[in-house]
Design a protein around this ligand. Structure first.
Ligand code: HEC
Length: 411
């Protein structure tokens, strides 16, 4: 027989039998049938049901799969690599102090340990399930059997494959008959759907797999090569804009600067500070001896001053301004010898200072004391000066300063 002829005869003869398919109506029936088939010593067979039938594994003698062990192994591998990776990078190879915390501590590393454990177990479970089940299976002879379609609805099926050593068309049919099926049908090998995946799809997948490496290859190349042309910048977003940034060069102007210097005397809107008394504490060339007219000399300003003094000054100067605040006491207890004690502002020389000078000290700082203008509003700085004056007075007043009735209560 020529090869041509062989091919032809194979095509015209009916395809070989794949197996015998029995149909049942209820779960108890298929359970019962499964027990019988198993007892008969058949090995290459399977059952198909529209939903999970309890007890079918036992009836068929299906053993536990090895998959959980793969999952356990993968999970432990993930856990171990997370611990090793973090220990190696953070505690060993490149130890880095972060907020004085220990280089190695379990709690800080739990998130990555958890992530890698879950990641590796999940991927292994999925891939292992596919491999152990021989999936994906593009076609199956049962796809061609019309009655089998109801397996997703309300029918239960049992298939004995022709590859079983005990398979015999007549005997196996008789065996199936003893299980009281609704129907028994021979399933033929599938000649309709190609066994192999379409070549186009295979090539497509290969091209896709190869192409997906390209970006990584480009990134790796960029790390190790030098180039004088700018890198490809696909997504520009707002990175390149047709405008000049402040510190850039601009050939349009004679001085070549993009930023134009402000015209002399320019003041930003609302920024005019031409009241020297109020803003500088100055009266002509010297310190002002009086409060500016913007400051209301009343109880409310005094309260505000006490409150602000409590917030901004007591940490160093103490509650009554004698230079014994908590910060200062703590610094002195360290005995490092570098601490400059805050001034006792009730001392005679500070008492003699004009209010404008106190305002200046708060605003601009003095020697070791930092400036407070950036933190405290102008009005509030004046209110603090008023309160400081009251503190000084409380240390140096005489009985004569008291109102007459208060004087009487002293005696
Ligand atoms: C961070 C600590 C600190 C804070 C807060 C602080 N001061 Fe001082 N202050 C100092 C120190 C230190 C000196 C002495 C500086 C020196 O002699 O080098 C000083 C000096 C002074 C003097 C004396 C200036 C002079 O002419 O000798 C005055 C007045 C004063 N502070 C007022 C204030 C007021 C009012 C506040 C609150 C707004 C304040 N300080 C907040 C640390 C502080």
């Amino acid at each position: 027989m020529s090869d041509e002829h062989k091919k032809h005869s194979v095509k015209s003869s009916p395809p070989p039998v794949h197996g015998l398919l029995a149909e049942y109506d209820t779960p108890p029936q298929i359970l019962h049938a499964a027990k019988q088939i198993r007892a008969a010593g058949i090995t290459k067979w399977d059952t198909y049901t529209p939903f999970a039938v309890h007890g079918i594994d036992d009836a068929m003698g299906i053993k536990m799969t090895i998959l959980p062990w793969f999952t356990l192994g993968a999970g432990l591998t993930g856990l171990a690599s997370a611990i090793l990776l973090q220990w190696w990078t953070n505690a060993h190879d490149y130890a880095w102090i972060i907020s004085g915390k220990p280089f190695w501590s379990i709690p800080a590393n739990v998130p990555i340990m958890f992530e890698l454990t879950v990641l590796l177990s999940a991927i292994t479970t999925l891939v292992g399930m596919l491999i152990l089940n021989n999936l994906p299976e593009p076609s199956h002879p049962l796809d061609q059997v019309r009655r089998f379609a109801r397996v997703t609805d309300d029918k239960f099926f049992l298939l004995i494959r022709a590859s079983d050593p005990k398979f015999d068309d007549v005997e196996t049919r008789a065996l199936l008959a003893t299980t009281h099926p609704v129907a028994v049908e021979a399933v033929l090998e599938d000649r309709v759907t190609p066994e192999r995946m379409p070549t186009g799809l295979v090539y497509g997948l290969i091209i896709f797999a190869v192409a997906s490496v390209v970006p990584f290859a480009l990134a790796a190349k960029a790390r190790y090569t030098k180039s004088s042309s700018p890198r490809i910048h696909l997504i520009q977003d707002m990175d390149s804009q047709p405008k000049y940034k402040a510190q850039r060069e601009n050939s349009f102007f004679a001085d070549g600067r993009a930023a134009r210097p402000a015209i002399e005397g320019t003041v930003a809107a609302g920024d005019a500070r031409d009241d020297d008394h109020f803003y500088q504490g100055k009266d002509g060339p010297g310190w002002a001896r009086t409060f500016p007219s913007e400051v209301a000399l009343n109880e409310a300003t005094m309260d505000r001053g006490r409150q602000r003094f409590g917030i901004y000054c007591t940490p160093c100067h103490g509650q009554i301004g004698q230079g014994d605040g908590m910060v200062s006491r703590r610094a002195e207890s360290l005995q490092q010898g570098t601490w400059v004690a805050p001034t006792n502002m009730t001392l005679e020389y500070v008492r003699q200072q004009p209010v404008g000078q106190l305002f200046g000290t708060i605003s601009n700082g003095i020697r070791s004391m930092p400036a407070y203008a950036p933190q405290i509003k102008t009005e509030d700085r004046w209110a603090i000066v008023m309160y400081v004056r009251a503190l000084q007075r409380s240390r140096s007043g005489s009985v004569g300063d008291l109102p007459p009735d208060a004087r009487a209560s002293l005696k």
